[in-house]
Structures are given as C-alpha cells and as structure tokens.
Design a binder for this molecule. Structure first.
Ligand code: ADP
Ligand code: ASP
Ligand code: MG
Length: 405
C-alpha cells in the first residue's frame, strides 16, 4: 500500500469540531486505500499562548526550557486527534517527535533535522494503524527535546514523507494553496496551480507563511511531491479541487515574477567599519542568531537582516552587542522586508527598476535592496509594508508589464 503523509496546521485543529473534521478526512484517505501518517500542529494559537506564558515568567527565556514547553502544544493535538480517529472506528496511535525517530541537532528553538529513524512508525503502519505524529519537534543525539522553528510542522511532514518513501505529502491549511501574495493582505491575489521547489522555497524564505522554507528544501532534496491544500478540500493525489502542487518543473520563461512576499518582524543589523566584522558575526553565532542578506563592504561595514521569528531572547542579544560593540553596531527596528520572486528575475535590471519606481511613487521609498537570481528584496518602512505588498502585486501581477524607458 502506498503511504500518504498529511499535515494539518493549527487553524485546522483549532477546536474539537475542526479536529473531528480532520479525523473524517484522515479516514477518507484511509478508505482510498493508503497507509496514512498524520502530522499535526498545536491547536489554534497554542504556541503563541505558550510563548506569552513563558515571557510572563522570564523576559529572556532559556531556549531548552522553551522547547520543553512548546512541544507540549503539539502533544495535546496529537493525542486528541488520535482519539477522534478512534471514535470513527479507525485504529490510530500517536507519537511525539522523539518516538517517531526525528533526530535533530541541539540548536534549541530552531533545530535542524539530521536524520529520521521511523522504525516505530513503520511498525504501526504495518499493523494497519494510522500514525499521528506531533509536528515541529524532535530529539537531539544527547536526548534533549528540540523544536524546529516556527512553522516547523511542515518540516516534520516532509522529512517523514522522505524517510517513509511516501507517494506524496499534503500540507493542509486554512488557505487552499500558494497564492501570488498573502490573500489576507492582497484580496486580488491568485492561487498558483503549480510551482517549482526553487520558487516555493524563495517565497517561503521571503515570508510567505503558507509553506515552511526548510520543509521545501527537504522536499526538493528528496524529490517529494507537495500538495498545498485547504483542509476542507477532498484528499488524494488527483483531487482536482484547487490547491498548489510543488514539484520539479522545467524552468519557466525567465524574468517573470510569480509572487510577492513580505516579512514584517525583522531587525536590520548595521555594523560600522571599525567594529570588527568577524567578532560581530561570532557574537551572532554565540547567540544562535541567523542572519540573511548579509552584505560586507570592503571597508568592513556589515549589514544583515535578522528574522525575529525564532529570536525569543532579543533583550539578551541587544545587551551583549551593546556591551561588546557600543554604538558601532546598530539594530534598526522600523523596517520590513518585501520581496518579489521568480526564476531569472534579475536577468536585466528591469524588474528592479520597476519595483523601486512603483514603491517610490507610492511614497514607500526603499531603504535598501538586495538581489539574487530568484529574488529582489527591498527594505521598506514597516508601517508601509502591507501597502507596499499591494503596490508590487499591482505592478507585477495585475497588469501587463509596461515597457520601462
Ligand atoms: P498553518 O497553521 O496551517 O500551518 P499558517 O498560518 O502557517 O497555517 O499558513 C497559512 C497562512 O499563510 C494563510 O492563512 C495566509 O494568510 C498566509 N500566507 C502568506 N503568504 C501566502 C501565500 N503566498 N499564499 C497563501 N497563503 C499565504
Ligand atoms: N505550532 C508551531 C508554530 O506555531 C509549529 C507549526 O504550526 O508548524 O509555529
Ligand atoms: Mg504553518
């Protein structure tokens, strides 16, 4: 029997009635003749609520203890979903990340999966059971419980699909696929029926929350076909109703923009030339803080963008940077990152010019820009971010390209 891995996000299991609907969908998939592995997120806003609780106790919570706390969210969801499937007459068993054999490094709150040893999952599938796995968590070689970073249940699902040789992996959410922009921000955004791994990974890394970037990276490496779908849609590889399929595709016409994404909660680090760039980067590593779009000038000046998503002890980082580098290192806190994505997007400077002009005309003059072969990212005032997403969506995806001089 072929194995199908389905992942259900927090909004899909936010309350008991939704959880029961998920159990029905799982049973439907089972009746289609598949072995089913279900990866589940914490119910609703549980992870945010647990983080808020930790902050009431500690302004800079210890990362190991945070992991102990945060993994509880998915553990609740997995047990309840297993019970709901059993109520429908299915045979189900729930496992934590550790029990499922998800082995990670020991970078707490932002761990990477190193290998998956799904022996217990395989045994239970062989017994005819549906296996329900707590997403977003694993265990390190030192037997410490870890979490995979926000949105990490997607990663659990893809890693499990790869380890089990699954036919496909469905990521089920409140939105019925990947859109040309966040449909909550751009009402006119369109669903994209098919995307390559590279396009999806760039969208995810640029802040499109619908799929987790690390998950897409895994899928690309292992050639796992991903379906991003609404939980309300019917299951199945051939399900015609909407969704986005992510898999290997021949390259599109280079230069076209496929989507706009943004990341609101970022800090921009600027280090002056006399600050010793290597020491600044070493300090970030000591704090387990990853930066992106790093730029270092010949004069030793460094700028980079830090995502706050998995930075739960910012106060400690700020205090340490101030103690070591004083005013030579600044953290700028009023910008957001705004990206357009597409293969070969920078073959000429036309897209860059068009985007910059549109933003400036709309009064959101960019404060910096970075490019790669798949992406252009502008740093814009955070207060204008959503408007700027709409501006770029209009400029690139709602009208035929006007010829630039
Ligand atoms: P889940 O809890 O199911 O993992 P998430 O909240 O992580 O769901 O991701 C789904 C959300 O991602 C949607 O509600 C949508 O607002 C947002 N989103 C951001 N960018 C996009 C995009 N390009 N396409 C679809 N959804 C997007
Ligand atoms: N519950 C975790 C989060 O909120 C993981 C996930 O939903 O994928 O980030
Ligand atoms: Mg998610």
């Amino acid at each position: 029997m072929s194995i199908v891995v389905q992942k259900y996000g927090g909004s899909s299991v936010a309350d008991v009635s939704r959880l029961k609907q998920v159990a029905e969908r799982v049973m439907r998939t089972r009746r289609q003749g598949h072995d089913v592995v279900v990866v589940v997120s914490a119910m609703g806003d549980t992870t945010d609520d647990l983080l808020a609780l930790a902050r009431q106790v500690s302004a800079n919570p210890d990362r190991r203890e945070l992991d102990m706390l945060l993994t509880a969210g998915e553990r609740i969801a997995m047990a309840l979903l297993s019970l709901a499937i059993r109520e429908l007459g299915g045979e189900a068993i729930s496992f934590t990340g550790s029990q499922s054999g998800i082995i990670t490094n020991d970078r707490h709150v932002d761990a990477r999966i190193i290998e998956v040893r799904p022996f217990r999952v395989e045994d239970e599938l062989a017994r005819g059971r549906v296996v329900v796995i707590a997403g977003y968590q694993g265990v390190s070689y030192r037997r410490e419980v870890t979490t995979l970073g926000r949105g990490g249940s997607d990663t659990t699902a893809v890693a499990m699909a790869a380890a089990l040789g699954a036919e496909y992996c469905e990521i089920c959410s409140d939105v019925d696929g990947v859109y040309t922009a966040d449909p909550r921000v751009v009402p006119g955004a369109r669903r994209i029926a098919s995307l390559s791994y590279e396009e999806t990974q760039e969208l995810a890394e640029s802040g499109a929350k619908v799929l987790n970037a690390q998950a897409v990276e895994f899928a690309k490496d292992k050639g796992i076909v991903l379906y991003a779908r609404a939980t309300a849609s019917p299951p199945g590889a051939e399900s015609a109703e909407g969704g986005t399929v992510v898999r290997r595709f021949p390259p599109r016409m280079p230069g076209a923009v496929v989507g706009v994404a943004s990341e609101r909660d970022v800090l921009v680090l600027e280090a002056r030339g006399d600050s010793d760039a290597a020491a600044v980067l070493a300090a970030l590593d000591e704090h387990g803080v990853a930066g992106k779009q790093l730029h270092q000038s010949g004069a030793g000046e460094v700028t980079l963008v830090i995502s706050r998503e998995n930075l739960h002890d910012e106060g400690r980082l700020r205090a340490d940077l101030a103690a070591r580098f004083g005013g030579r290192v600044r953290l700028i806190d009023d910008l957001g990152a705004l990206s357009v994505v597409g293969a070969g997007i920078n073959q000429s400077f036309e897209n860059l010019r068009r985007g910059s002009e549109a933003l400036t005309a709309a009064g959101a003059t960019p404060r910096g820009v970075a490019t790669s072969s798949f992406r252009i990212t502008w740093m814009v005032p955070r207060a204008t971010l959503d408007d700027s997403v709409r501006t770029l969506h209009r400029a690139f995806l709602e009208q035929p390209s006007p010829a630039l001089p």
